[in-house]
Design a protein around this ligand. Structure first.
Ligand code: AMP
Length: 460
């Protein structure tokens, strides 16, 4: 975890019960996003923060939210004393659960209560708790609207709105839901928006819902992480599965996330790996909440070696110390690659990110290299015969003599590699101050957002 050595939590203006909770959590130093966002959020203005999962962004909004609600904290059991005062919207159930767990931890020495509501579970189970009253509600947009329709909650007293992973919410088509929700909130409120990327759509969302927001951008700590070794293999589509089996069998690690583009591939691949005696499970949007939690828990407990995941399902998963990610399919949005590889090499640990690139996917990888400002040498995959038995068609390119067998490359990465640019930090296309802040007046708004946008391809 990239922390800010110049500032400590005591200097951020946080109240004693929150500082106590932080102390017990074991955090010693605020991360850059926390050091920037907490004082600004406490001052009461709107924020637009560029930060992805892994930067400590949850505490960056949760701590000031709780602090601002402290004057309203009540030990009364009357629901009227506990209206929803802060609303946090997230794109996925997993992220919603994780955010609310964090809120609970930070609020443990205060009488403030929180609740998470998300789809995929019986709505009736959420209603009794809502009726008791909660100050902080974390929700996915669809389920929140269900509750609003059923009149099981009221948003009339919301003072603070947080949009977490706003870019992903737009990607997932939540804009109409967001508009409906935002129309139900009191006009007078504080807004905080967190987004890993800044597309034109995000800028529009910010223009529409934020008032003179202060822009905070921290370096993409995951992408810039020198601890991540990136490797790329050229491999024919038909040999990918056999090569993956080989990689996993030879890997000197027992925890790997394997990324696919579709839910169908994720399911099929997990089953195929199981047939090869590799403990694997899939996590994607078609699985029930229970199945997803079980799969994640089994993975975290080390019972499952390979968790096959789609991009959406993997967002917000906080798995510390993940040694390896494999891109079984290359994402067409280069930012997704950044998110994927950011799953490894966290908290100072070293990690390895391996991409299996078929001929058709080469064009996506070129875009990724542009975004990363790096060229990643393609090694030619050599599928060993024992692993290629199940493969219907092993291309001749996979057998070239200069091929590199997976076994020599899957061991835990070393900090230094033969290629010097592996160790260079990621640089955004436009130069951005590492953790710069800037008030976005209508005049100044264009420049920083355009800078953040620089070179990023629009998502399709
Ligand atoms: P987030 O970006 O909010 O998902 O946080 C990523 C991880 O960093 C979580 O496991 C947090 O518990 C952890 N974390 C958040 N703030 C700090 C901090 N100041 N020091 C160390 N770890 C932190």
């Amino acid at each position: 975890m990239d922390t800010n050595t110049e500032v400590n939590f005591d200097g951020l203006g946080l109240a004693a019960p929150l500082l106590q909770a932080i102390l017990e959590t074991g955090y010693t130093t605020p991360t850059p996003i926390q050091a920037k966002a907490i004082p600004l959020a406490l001052a009461g203005g709107d924020l637009m923060a560029g930060a992805q999962t892994g930067t400590g962004k949850t505490a960056a909004f949760a701590l000031p939210v709780l602090q601002k609600l402290l004057p309203f904290a009540s030990t009364s059991t009357s629901p009227a004393k506990h209206p929803i005062r802060a609303l946090v919207l997230t794109p996925t159930r997993e992220l919603a659960i994780q955010v609310e767990e964090s809120v609970k931890v930070y609020a443990k020495h205060t009488p403030l209560s929180s609740l998470v509501v998300y789809g995929g579970v019986d709505i009736k189970t959420q209603t009794p708790q809502l009726k008791k009253g909660v100050e902080v509600l974390v929700a996915t947009p669809g389920r929140l609207l269900d509750h609003i329709e059923q009149k099981t909650l009221s948003l009339s007293q919301v003072q603070i709105l947080v949009l977490d992973e706003a870019d992903r919410m737009l990607d997932m088509g939540f804009m109409p839901d967001l508009k409906r929700i935002l129309a139900l909130l009191p006009k007078q409120r504080q807004n905080m928006m967190f987004s890993a990327t800044f597309s034109n759509d995000i800028k529009k969302l910010a223009d529409e819902f934020l008032t003179n927001p202060t822009l905070i951008e921290v370096a993409r700590s995951n992408a810039s992480n020198e601890n991540i070794t990136q490797q790329a293999y050229s491999v024919s589509a038909t040999s990918k599965q056999a090569f993956l089996v080989q990689l996993l069998k030879q890997a000197q690690t027992d925890q790997v996330i394997v990324f696919t583009k579709t839910k169908l591939t994720a399911s099929r691949l997990a089953r195929a790996l199981q047939k090869e005696n590799i403990s694997a499970d899939a996590i994607h949007g078609d699985k029930s909440q229970k199945e997803r939690i079980e799969a994640l828990d089994a993975f975290k407990a080390g019972k499952v070696m390979a968790l096959v995941a789609t991009d959406v399902a993997a967002r917000g998963l906080d798995i510390t110390d993940l040694p390896m990610v494999i891109n079984y399919e290359i994402p067409s949005a280069p930012e997704d690659y950044v998110h994927r590889i950011g799953r490894t090499g966290r908290a100072g640990a070293s990690g390895i990110a391996i991409s299996l690139i078929s001929e058709d996917e080469e064009k996506y990888f070129v875009e990724i290299e542009k975004l990363m400002k790096k060229t990643i040498v393609r090694q030619i995959a050599q599928v060993e015969s024992s692993h290629s038995a199940g493969s219907r068609n092993t291309s001749t390119e996979d057998k070239k003599p200069r091929s590199t067998s997976a076994s020599t490359h899957v061991s835990r990465p070393k900090r230094t590699t033969a290629d010097a640019w592996f160790n260079k930090p990621y640089e955004p296309t436009a130069v951005i101050d590492k953790a710069s802040t800037k008030t976005m007046t209508s005049q100044s708004r264009k420049t920083p957002v355009a800078a953040l946008l620089g070179g990023l391809k629009q998502r399709s």
